[in-house]
Design a protein around this ligand. Structure first.
Ligand code: TXA
Ligand code: MG
Length: 319
């Protein structure tokens, strides 16, 4: 086996000592801690200012290891794990007692995923505990897709960020589990519903909101910039309410003719939804740091990853 890199050894040592480490994955960067160490897990909630009712995903590197933490894996979920892991899918499984209530916010199920990033996989292989890791952003704010994003927001609260470059998917994992004997998607994400349905047939979609305790954390307002966010149709209805110098645009493929180019961010000029997903959080962050008051957003086609992109855009606009 090749020698383990210095940066991975550093991350490993800190995690073993119960510290927090910024973790690259293919979806977004995570804020990782030893999932079996309650004190370390508590630090995650503190650093993110995350409410304790919002459970964490645990990360490991093989289906074999997943079995150490859960009572059993229902057949369809095992099929999905085999097909798409490592990758942007998280499954909800009945937890064993070794996983604490702190991780699952008291729920019976634990969320598990195998991230597809060479550095995190190597790190996970080198340790003998799973990593609890939410997205590495302050609770409710835009998720991070580069080490710099993590540094900007949580740098002071973190001992180390393992830099794995820009995230290749750019949207959080798709969360799936059984509800009333039906496969149910709880969060649209980096694995499209179409890809899942090709393997296991029709799945249910759970509408989540702040009033739905069965899907904690999937709050109506999330992924939100500090600026006011409005849909283009609302802008079109009252264009003179806005000073064009103080307006930015996050669009799919075409710029708005009446705004300065510097105030616009196009997710994918070639209309490629994978590229749009990769650019989404970068674009929201870019516009959030401009000297503007309002961000106009445009939804993308509601197919493939477009469904998850639109989900994030709607939450970014919700107040
Ligand atoms: O792509 C991802 O999933 C990233 C990377 C870092 O792996 N992680 C991530 O974690 O997005 P976080 O904490 O930002 O979002 C996880 C969501 C939470 O909103 C939570 O409500 C849901 O997963 N979740 C976790 N455990 C759950 C459970 N037992 N039942 C229902 N929902 C759960
Ligand atoms: Mg998050």
């Amino acid at each position: 086996m090749a020698e383990i890199g210095k940066d991975i050894l550093k991350a490993k040592a800190l995690l073993e000592a119960g510290e927090l480490v910024g973790l690259p994955t293919e979806t977004v960067y995570g804020l990782a801690a030893n999932a079996l160490n309650a004190k370390a897990v508590a630090k995650i909630f503190e650093a993110k200012e995350r409410p304790s009712f919002d459970p964490l995903i645990i990360h490991t590197d093989s289906i074999q290891k997943v079995k150490d933490f859960v009572q059993y894996i229902p057949l369809d979920l095992e099929v999905l794990l085999k097909q798409f892991s490592p990758g942007p899918i998280t499954v909800l499984l009945p937890k064993k007692a070794i996983i604490s209530d702190l991780v699952t916010s008291g729920l019976e199920r634990v969320a598990v995923r195998i991230p597809n990033h060479p550095l995190s996989l190597e790190l996970l292989r080198s340790i003998d505990f799973p990593l609890a890791a939410p997205s590495a952003n302050p609770f409710g704010y835009i998720s991070p897709t580069s080490a710099q994003h993590v540094e900007n927001q949580l740098g002071e609260k973190l001992k180390y960020i393992l830099d794995g470059g820009e995230c290749q998917v750019g949207l959080e994992s798709t969360i799936i589990g059984f509800e009333n004997d039906k496969l149910t998607v709880y969060r649209k994400g980096g694995l499209s519903i179409e890809s899942i349905e090709k393997v296991v047939g029709k799945v249910n979609l759970k509408e989540h909101s702040s009033s739905n305790p069965a899907a904690p954390g999937m709050l109506k307002s999330h992924y939100a910039p500090k600026k006011k966010v409005i849909f283009i149709r609302d802008f079109d209805a009252h264009p003179f309410d806005y000073n064009p110098d103080k307006v930015g645009f996050l669009g799919f493929c075409e710029a708005l003719p009446f705004l300065k180019t510097e105030q616009q961010f196009l997710l994918s000029p070639n209309k490629d939804l994978n590229e749009a997903a990769r650019n989404l959080f970068k674009g929201l962050r870019f516009l959030d740091q401009l000297d503007i008051e309002t961000v106009i957003i445009e939804l993308v086609p509601e197919v493939g990853l477009g469904m998850a992109i639109n989900d994030r855009l709607k939450r970014a606009a919700a107040k």
